[in-house]
Design a protein around this ligand. Structure first.
Ligand SMILES: Cc1ncc(COP(=O)(O)O)c(C=O)c1O
Length: 425
Protein backbone atom coordinates (compact mmCIF):
# COMPACT_ATOMS: atom_id res chain seq x y z
CA UNK A 1 0.00 0.00 0.00
CA UNK A 2 1.30 3.40 -0.83
CA UNK A 3 0.18 6.46 1.07
CA UNK A 4 1.62 8.76 -1.54
CA UNK A 5 -1.56 10.39 -2.75
CA UNK A 6 -1.67 13.90 -4.08
CA UNK A 7 -4.59 16.22 -3.94
CA UNK A 8 -5.52 19.24 -5.92
CA UNK A 9 -5.47 21.99 -3.38
CA UNK A 10 -8.41 24.22 -4.05
CA UNK A 11 -7.59 27.83 -3.55
CA UNK A 12 -11.00 29.09 -2.54
CA UNK A 13 -9.58 32.26 -1.05
CA UNK A 14 -8.03 33.49 -4.27
CA UNK A 15 -9.97 31.50 -6.77
CA UNK A 16 -6.75 30.32 -8.38
CA UNK A 17 -6.28 26.72 -9.39
CA UNK A 18 -3.03 25.37 -8.09
CA UNK A 19 -1.31 22.21 -9.21
CA UNK A 20 -1.36 19.14 -7.00
CA UNK A 21 1.20 19.16 -4.21
CA UNK A 22 2.39 16.36 -2.00
CA UNK A 23 0.83 16.98 1.42
CA UNK A 24 2.12 14.29 3.71
CA UNK A 25 4.70 15.17 6.32
CA UNK A 26 5.43 11.49 6.52
CA UNK A 27 6.30 11.51 2.83
CA UNK A 28 8.37 14.60 2.96
CA UNK A 29 10.16 14.51 6.24
CA UNK A 30 10.41 11.07 7.63
CA UNK A 31 12.55 9.13 5.20
CA UNK A 32 14.21 6.54 7.42
CA UNK A 33 17.97 6.51 6.88
CA UNK A 34 19.03 4.75 3.72
CA UNK A 35 15.74 5.44 1.92
CA UNK A 36 15.67 8.11 -0.73
CA UNK A 37 12.22 8.65 -2.13
CA UNK A 38 9.02 9.74 -0.38
CA UNK A 39 7.36 6.57 -1.76
CA UNK A 40 9.99 4.39 -0.10
CA UNK A 41 9.59 6.31 3.14
CA UNK A 42 5.79 5.92 3.07
CA UNK A 43 6.09 2.22 2.32
CA UNK A 44 8.51 1.69 5.18
CA UNK A 45 5.99 3.24 7.58
CA UNK A 46 3.16 1.09 6.22
CA UNK A 47 5.20 -2.10 6.65
CA UNK A 48 5.64 -1.63 10.39
CA UNK A 49 3.59 -3.48 13.00
CA UNK A 50 0.56 -1.57 14.23
CA UNK A 51 2.01 -0.95 17.71
CA UNK A 52 5.10 0.57 16.14
CA UNK A 53 3.03 2.74 13.77
CA UNK A 54 1.22 4.17 16.80
CA UNK A 55 4.51 5.62 18.04
CA UNK A 56 6.57 6.04 14.87
CA UNK A 57 4.16 7.40 12.27
CA UNK A 58 6.39 9.77 10.36
CA UNK A 59 5.79 13.04 12.16
CA UNK A 60 6.79 12.03 15.67
CA UNK A 61 9.96 14.13 15.49
CA UNK A 62 9.90 17.73 14.33
CA UNK A 63 12.48 17.88 11.53
CA UNK A 64 13.19 21.57 12.14
CA UNK A 65 14.15 21.28 15.81
CA UNK A 66 14.17 17.60 16.74
CA UNK A 67 11.31 18.27 19.18
CA UNK A 68 9.68 15.06 20.40
CA UNK A 69 6.19 16.01 19.33
CA UNK A 70 4.44 17.60 16.39
CA UNK A 71 4.52 21.41 16.76
CA UNK A 72 1.20 23.19 17.15
CA UNK A 73 1.11 25.62 14.22
CA UNK A 74 -1.33 28.14 15.63
CA UNK A 75 -1.72 30.06 12.38
CA UNK A 76 -4.66 30.72 10.11
CA UNK A 77 -2.62 31.78 7.10
CA UNK A 78 0.85 31.36 5.61
CA UNK A 79 3.24 33.82 3.98
CA UNK A 80 3.92 33.50 0.26
CA UNK A 81 7.69 33.98 0.10
CA UNK A 82 7.50 33.73 -3.66
CA UNK A 83 4.17 34.70 -5.18
CA UNK A 84 4.87 32.46 -8.19
CA UNK A 85 5.55 29.46 -5.94
CA UNK A 86 2.72 29.25 -3.41
CA UNK A 87 3.63 27.58 -0.12
CA UNK A 88 2.55 24.01 0.66
CA UNK A 89 0.05 25.39 3.18
CA UNK A 90 -1.64 28.68 2.38
CA UNK A 91 -4.72 28.84 4.63
CA UNK A 92 -5.55 26.58 7.57
CA UNK A 93 -9.02 25.56 6.41
CA UNK A 94 -7.41 24.07 3.29
CA UNK A 95 -4.53 22.53 5.20
CA UNK A 96 -2.51 23.00 8.37
CA UNK A 97 0.75 21.24 9.29
CA UNK A 98 -0.45 20.00 12.68
CA UNK A 99 -3.74 18.72 11.24
CA UNK A 100 -1.85 17.19 8.33
CA UNK A 101 0.31 15.18 10.72
CA UNK A 102 -2.86 13.81 12.34
CA UNK A 103 -4.48 13.12 8.96
CA UNK A 104 -1.46 11.19 7.74
CA UNK A 105 -1.35 9.34 11.07
CA UNK A 106 -4.96 8.07 10.89
CA UNK A 107 -4.58 7.22 7.20
CA UNK A 108 -1.50 5.15 8.03
CA UNK A 109 -3.29 3.37 10.88
CA UNK A 110 -6.40 2.57 8.82
CA UNK A 111 -4.39 1.71 5.69
CA UNK A 112 -6.11 4.33 3.55
CA UNK A 113 -5.20 6.66 0.72
CA UNK A 114 -5.99 9.81 2.69
CA UNK A 115 -7.29 10.90 6.06
CA UNK A 116 -9.18 14.05 7.05
CA UNK A 117 -9.78 15.60 10.47
CA UNK A 118 -12.98 17.37 11.44
CA UNK A 119 -14.37 19.37 14.34
CA UNK A 120 -16.41 16.38 15.61
CA UNK A 121 -17.44 12.88 14.68
CA UNK A 122 -20.71 14.25 13.34
CA UNK A 123 -18.80 16.76 11.20
CA UNK A 124 -16.81 13.87 9.68
CA UNK A 125 -19.96 11.81 9.11
CA UNK A 126 -21.83 14.81 7.64
CA UNK A 127 -18.98 15.60 5.25
CA UNK A 128 -18.70 11.99 4.11
CA UNK A 129 -22.46 11.77 3.49
CA UNK A 130 -22.22 14.91 1.34
CA UNK A 131 -20.62 12.68 -1.28
CA UNK A 132 -24.20 11.69 -2.08
CA UNK A 133 -26.67 13.84 -4.03
CA UNK A 134 -30.35 14.63 -4.09
CA UNK A 135 -32.27 11.60 -5.34
CA UNK A 136 -29.79 9.09 -3.93
CA UNK A 137 -30.86 6.28 -1.62
CA UNK A 138 -28.79 4.92 1.25
CA UNK A 139 -29.02 1.67 3.18
CA UNK A 140 -28.12 2.24 6.83
CA UNK A 141 -27.78 -0.01 9.84
CA UNK A 142 -30.92 0.27 11.94
CA UNK A 143 -29.20 0.86 15.27
CA UNK A 144 -26.89 3.54 13.96
CA UNK A 145 -25.63 6.20 16.41
CA UNK A 146 -28.50 8.56 17.36
CA UNK A 147 -26.80 11.64 15.89
CA UNK A 148 -26.31 9.91 12.54
CA UNK A 149 -29.97 8.86 12.64
CA UNK A 150 -30.97 12.49 13.27
CA UNK A 151 -28.75 13.73 10.42
CA UNK A 152 -30.28 11.23 8.00
CA UNK A 153 -33.89 11.57 9.05
CA UNK A 154 -34.19 15.30 9.70
CA UNK A 155 -31.49 16.99 7.60
CA UNK A 156 -30.41 14.86 4.63
CA UNK A 157 -34.05 13.81 4.12
CA UNK A 158 -34.86 17.48 3.39
CA UNK A 159 -32.19 17.36 0.69
CA UNK A 160 -33.96 14.43 -0.88
CA UNK A 161 -31.40 11.85 0.25
CA UNK A 162 -33.52 8.88 1.20
CA UNK A 163 -32.62 6.22 3.78
CA UNK A 164 -33.76 2.67 4.46
CA UNK A 165 -32.76 1.30 7.87
CA UNK A 166 -32.15 -2.43 8.05
CA UNK A 167 -30.84 -5.02 10.48
CA UNK A 168 -27.34 -5.44 9.06
CA UNK A 169 -26.70 -8.70 10.86
CA UNK A 170 -28.73 -10.13 7.98
CA UNK A 171 -27.18 -9.65 4.52
CA UNK A 172 -30.48 -10.61 2.90
CA UNK A 173 -32.16 -7.55 4.45
CA UNK A 174 -29.47 -5.33 2.95
CA UNK A 175 -29.92 -6.91 -0.46
CA UNK A 176 -33.71 -6.56 -0.23
CA UNK A 177 -33.39 -2.83 0.49
CA UNK A 178 -31.52 -2.17 -2.78
CA UNK A 179 -33.22 0.13 -5.29
CA UNK A 180 -32.06 1.46 -8.66
CA UNK A 181 -31.11 4.77 -6.97
CA UNK A 182 -29.19 3.16 -4.08
CA UNK A 183 -25.71 4.67 -3.92
CA UNK A 184 -24.32 3.84 -0.51
CA UNK A 185 -24.31 1.52 2.49
CA UNK A 186 -23.57 2.92 5.96
CA UNK A 187 -22.48 0.43 8.61
CA UNK A 188 -21.58 0.61 12.26
CA UNK A 189 -20.09 -2.51 13.82
CA UNK A 190 -20.32 -3.26 16.67
CA UNK A 191 -23.44 -1.16 16.64
CA UNK A 192 -24.34 1.36 19.26
CA UNK A 193 -25.57 0.50 21.89
CA UNK A 194 -26.67 -3.11 21.30
CA UNK A 195 -23.33 -4.25 19.85
CA UNK A 196 -24.68 -6.10 16.84
CA UNK A 197 -22.08 -7.29 14.35
CA UNK A 198 -22.14 -6.63 10.62
CA UNK A 199 -19.99 -8.71 8.27
CA UNK A 200 -17.90 -5.95 6.71
CA UNK A 201 -16.28 -8.09 4.02
CA UNK A 202 -19.58 -9.65 2.88
CA UNK A 203 -21.37 -6.29 2.67
CA UNK A 204 -18.43 -4.62 0.91
CA UNK A 205 -18.24 -7.42 -1.67
CA UNK A 206 -21.99 -7.24 -2.41
CA UNK A 207 -21.89 -3.42 -2.51
CA UNK A 208 -19.05 -3.51 -5.02
CA UNK A 209 -21.16 -5.59 -7.40
CA UNK A 210 -23.75 -2.78 -7.32
CA UNK A 211 -21.16 0.04 -7.48
CA UNK A 212 -22.19 1.33 -4.06
CA UNK A 213 -19.94 3.33 -1.75
CA UNK A 214 -19.53 1.62 1.62
CA UNK A 215 -18.97 3.59 4.81
CA UNK A 216 -18.38 2.33 8.32
CA UNK A 217 -18.38 4.09 11.64
CA UNK A 218 -15.36 2.45 13.31
CA UNK A 219 -15.57 4.40 16.56
CA UNK A 220 -16.11 1.42 18.88
CA UNK A 221 -13.31 -0.74 17.49
CA UNK A 222 -10.70 1.80 16.35
CA UNK A 223 -8.05 0.68 13.83
CA UNK A 224 -6.29 -1.10 16.70
CA UNK A 225 -8.89 -3.86 16.56
CA UNK A 226 -10.54 -3.41 13.16
CA UNK A 227 -9.35 -1.99 9.84
CA UNK A 228 -12.38 -1.97 7.52
CA UNK A 229 -10.40 -0.82 4.46
CA UNK A 230 -8.63 -4.20 4.55
CA UNK A 231 -12.12 -5.76 4.21
CA UNK A 232 -12.88 -3.65 1.12
CA UNK A 233 -14.82 -0.81 2.79
CA UNK A 234 -14.48 2.57 1.04
CA UNK A 235 -14.70 5.15 3.84
CA UNK A 236 -13.93 4.73 7.53
CA UNK A 237 -15.34 7.23 10.01
CA UNK A 238 -14.56 7.96 13.62
CA UNK A 239 -15.84 9.95 16.48
CA UNK A 240 -12.24 10.50 17.59
CA UNK A 241 -13.76 12.09 20.68
CA UNK A 242 -13.92 8.52 21.98
CA UNK A 243 -11.15 5.88 22.08
CA UNK A 244 -8.76 7.64 19.70
CA UNK A 245 -8.62 10.78 21.86
CA UNK A 246 -9.15 8.65 24.93
CA UNK A 247 -9.18 11.29 27.66
CA UNK A 248 -12.60 13.02 27.40
CA UNK A 249 -10.86 16.28 26.58
CA UNK A 250 -11.19 16.70 22.83
CA UNK A 251 -14.09 16.66 20.38
CA UNK A 252 -12.96 15.46 16.96
CA UNK A 253 -13.88 13.39 13.92
CA UNK A 254 -11.83 11.55 11.33
CA UNK A 255 -12.56 10.16 7.88
CA UNK A 256 -10.28 7.89 5.87
CA UNK A 257 -10.74 6.94 2.22
CA UNK A 258 -9.63 3.72 0.57
CA UNK A 259 -8.86 5.22 -2.84
CA UNK A 260 -7.16 8.45 -3.98
CA UNK A 261 -10.37 9.37 -5.85
CA UNK A 262 -12.53 9.18 -2.73
CA UNK A 263 -9.77 10.91 -0.74
CA UNK A 264 -9.89 13.83 -3.19
CA UNK A 265 -13.68 14.03 -2.76
CA UNK A 266 -13.38 14.08 1.03
CA UNK A 267 -10.67 16.73 0.84
CA UNK A 268 -12.89 18.92 -1.32
CA UNK A 269 -15.84 18.47 1.06
CA UNK A 270 -13.68 19.19 4.09
CA UNK A 271 -12.47 22.45 2.55
CA UNK A 272 -15.88 23.34 1.13
CA UNK A 273 -17.82 22.71 4.34
CA UNK A 274 -15.03 24.15 6.47
CA UNK A 275 -15.71 21.92 9.47
CA UNK A 276 -12.01 21.32 10.13
CA UNK A 277 -10.22 20.41 13.35
CA UNK A 278 -8.07 23.15 14.86
CA UNK A 279 -4.34 22.75 15.56
CA UNK A 280 -4.60 22.46 19.36
CA UNK A 281 -7.18 19.70 19.12
CA UNK A 282 -5.22 17.97 16.35
CA UNK A 283 -2.22 17.89 18.68
CA UNK A 284 -4.28 16.59 21.60
CA UNK A 285 -5.64 13.82 19.43
CA UNK A 286 -2.16 12.80 18.23
CA UNK A 287 -1.05 12.70 21.85
CA UNK A 288 -4.00 10.52 22.85
CA UNK A 289 -3.61 8.15 19.91
CA UNK A 290 -0.05 7.21 20.83
CA UNK A 291 -1.39 5.18 23.78
CA UNK A 292 -4.36 3.70 21.91
CA UNK A 293 -3.06 0.11 21.94
CA UNK A 294 -2.14 0.10 25.62
CA UNK A 295 -5.48 1.63 26.59
CA UNK A 296 -7.58 -0.66 24.41
CA UNK A 297 -5.81 -3.80 25.67
CA UNK A 298 -6.28 -2.87 29.30
CA UNK A 299 -9.90 -1.74 28.95
CA UNK A 300 -10.83 -4.82 26.98
CA UNK A 301 -9.58 -7.15 29.70
CA UNK A 302 -11.88 -5.30 32.08
CA UNK A 303 -14.81 -5.36 29.65
CA UNK A 304 -14.58 -9.14 29.24
CA UNK A 305 -14.62 -9.63 32.99
CA UNK A 306 -17.50 -7.21 33.44
CA UNK A 307 -19.57 -8.89 30.70
CA UNK A 308 -19.05 -12.29 32.30
CA UNK A 309 -19.94 -11.00 35.75
CA UNK A 310 -23.12 -9.39 34.48
CA UNK A 311 -24.09 -12.52 32.51
CA UNK A 312 -23.80 -14.65 35.63
CA UNK A 313 -26.32 -12.47 37.50
CA UNK A 314 -29.93 -13.56 37.45
CA UNK A 315 -31.26 -10.03 37.86
CA UNK A 316 -29.80 -8.80 34.54
CA UNK A 317 -32.15 -9.80 31.68
CA UNK A 318 -29.65 -9.16 28.87
CA UNK A 319 -25.94 -8.48 28.36
CA UNK A 320 -24.56 -7.36 25.00
CA UNK A 321 -20.86 -7.93 24.38
CA UNK A 322 -19.40 -9.54 21.24
CA UNK A 323 -16.84 -11.44 23.34
CA UNK A 324 -19.51 -13.48 25.13
CA UNK A 325 -19.70 -17.09 23.96
CA UNK A 326 -23.43 -16.80 23.19
CA UNK A 327 -23.21 -13.50 21.25
CA UNK A 328 -24.69 -14.21 17.80
CA UNK A 329 -22.06 -12.12 16.03
CA UNK A 330 -19.04 -13.50 17.83
CA UNK A 331 -17.76 -15.60 14.94
CA UNK A 332 -17.90 -12.69 12.47
CA UNK A 333 -16.35 -10.39 15.06
CA UNK A 334 -13.42 -12.78 15.42
CA UNK A 335 -13.06 -13.01 11.65
CA UNK A 336 -12.86 -9.27 11.04
CA UNK A 337 -11.41 -7.86 14.27
CA UNK A 338 -8.63 -8.69 16.67
CA UNK A 339 -10.62 -7.78 19.78
CA UNK A 340 -14.09 -7.31 21.23
CA UNK A 341 -13.71 -3.77 22.48
CA UNK A 342 -14.30 -2.05 25.77
CA UNK A 343 -18.04 -1.36 25.65
CA UNK A 344 -20.59 -3.58 27.39
CA UNK A 345 -24.31 -2.85 27.27
CA UNK A 346 -26.80 -4.44 29.64
CA UNK A 347 -30.48 -4.27 30.44
CA UNK A 348 -31.36 -3.95 34.10
CA UNK A 349 -35.03 -4.61 33.39
CA UNK A 350 -36.69 -1.25 33.84
CA UNK A 351 -36.27 2.49 33.53
CA UNK A 352 -36.69 2.85 37.28
CA UNK A 353 -33.87 0.41 38.06
CA UNK A 354 -31.58 2.01 35.47
CA UNK A 355 -32.12 5.45 36.97
CA UNK A 356 -31.56 4.16 40.49
CA UNK A 357 -28.28 2.56 39.42
CA UNK A 358 -27.17 5.78 37.74
CA UNK A 359 -27.77 7.71 40.95
CA UNK A 360 -25.87 5.19 43.06
CA UNK A 361 -22.65 4.48 41.14
CA UNK A 362 -19.55 6.14 42.57
CA UNK A 363 -16.77 5.41 40.06
CA UNK A 364 -17.88 5.82 36.44
CA UNK A 365 -18.66 9.15 34.95
CA UNK A 366 -22.41 9.20 34.25
CA UNK A 367 -22.23 10.87 30.89
CA UNK A 368 -22.83 10.94 27.17
CA UNK A 369 -19.67 9.49 25.67
CA UNK A 370 -17.36 6.49 25.82
CA UNK A 371 -13.81 5.45 25.16
CA UNK A 372 -11.89 7.30 27.84
CA UNK A 373 -9.35 6.56 30.57
CA UNK A 374 -12.20 6.89 33.08
CA UNK A 375 -15.14 4.51 32.81
CA UNK A 376 -18.28 6.09 31.43
CA UNK A 377 -21.77 4.84 32.13
CA UNK A 378 -24.48 6.13 29.89
CA UNK A 379 -28.19 5.73 29.57
CA UNK A 380 -28.91 5.59 25.80
CA UNK A 381 -32.71 6.18 26.06
CA UNK A 382 -32.09 9.62 27.60
CA UNK A 383 -28.67 10.35 26.13
CA UNK A 384 -27.21 9.11 22.81
CA UNK A 385 -30.59 7.87 21.53
CA UNK A 386 -32.83 10.56 22.97
CA UNK A 387 -33.43 11.79 19.41
CA UNK A 388 -34.98 8.46 18.46
CA UNK A 389 -38.76 8.08 19.01
CA UNK A 390 -39.46 5.56 21.82
CA UNK A 391 -41.28 3.08 19.58
CA UNK A 392 -38.40 3.08 17.06
CA UNK A 393 -35.92 2.76 19.92
CA UNK A 394 -37.73 -0.24 21.44
CA UNK A 395 -38.04 -1.84 18.02
CA UNK A 396 -34.24 -1.60 17.77
CA UNK A 397 -33.69 -3.35 21.08
CA UNK A 398 -32.82 -0.23 23.06
CA UNK A 399 -34.98 -1.04 26.07
CA UNK A 400 -35.95 1.41 28.81
CA UNK A 401 -33.56 -0.38 31.19
CA UNK A 402 -30.56 -0.43 28.84
CA UNK A 403 -27.25 0.96 30.10
CA UNK A 404 -23.94 1.21 28.26
CA UNK A 405 -20.70 0.80 30.17
CA UNK A 406 -17.45 1.96 28.57
CA UNK A 407 -14.69 0.40 30.63
CA UNK A 408 -11.79 2.71 31.43
CA UNK A 409 -8.46 2.03 33.06
CA UNK A 410 -9.58 1.66 36.68
CA UNK A 411 -9.13 -1.65 38.47
CA UNK A 412 -11.98 -3.81 37.17
CA UNK A 413 -12.69 -5.35 40.57
CA UNK A 414 -13.37 -1.89 41.98
CA UNK A 415 -15.72 -1.14 39.06
CA UNK A 416 -17.58 -4.42 39.57
CA UNK A 417 -17.89 -3.83 43.33
CA UNK A 418 -19.29 -0.38 42.60
CA UNK A 419 -21.88 -1.79 40.18
CA UNK A 420 -22.74 -4.52 42.66
CA UNK A 421 -23.67 -2.01 45.36
CA UNK A 422 -25.58 0.10 42.83
CA UNK A 423 -27.64 -2.92 41.72
CA UNK A 424 -28.57 -4.04 45.24
CA UNK A 425 -32.29 -3.85 46.08
C1 LIG B 1 -20.56 5.54 17.23
C2 LIG B 1 -20.56 7.03 17.22
N1 LIG B 1 -20.46 7.67 16.04
C3 LIG B 1 -20.46 9.01 15.97
C4 LIG B 1 -20.59 9.80 17.09
C5 LIG B 1 -20.60 11.30 16.96
O1 LIG B 1 -19.37 11.81 17.32
P1 LIG B 1 -19.13 13.27 17.96
O2 LIG B 1 -19.87 13.29 19.27
O3 LIG B 1 -17.65 13.36 18.11
O4 LIG B 1 -19.69 14.25 17.01
C6 LIG B 1 -20.69 9.17 18.34
C7 LIG B 1 -20.82 9.99 19.56
O5 LIG B 1 -21.19 9.50 20.61
C8 LIG B 1 -20.67 7.76 18.40
O6 LIG B 1 -20.77 7.11 19.57
Amino acid sequence: MSDSHKHDQEKLETGTEVTAQPQGRAEQQAAPSGLQTPEEAAEALADRHFDTKLIHFGAEIDPATGASSVPIYQASTFHHFDIYNPPQYDYSRSGSPTRQALEDYISLLEGGAGGYAFASGMAAISAALMIFSAGDHLIVTEDVYGGTYRLLTTILSRMNIETTFVDMTDLEQIKAAWKPNTRGVFMETPSNPTLKITDLGAVAAWAKEHRLITLVDNTFMTPYYQRPIEQGVDIVLHSATKFLGGHSDVLAGLAVARTPELAAQLKKLQNGLGTVLGPQDSWLLIRGMKTLGARMDRSEIGARKLAQWLSAREDIPAVYYPGLADHPGREIQEKQSTGYGAVVSFDVGSEQRAKRLLSRVKLPLVAVSLGAVESILSYPPMMSHAAMPRDVRLERGIADGLLRFSVGLENIDDLIADLDQALAD
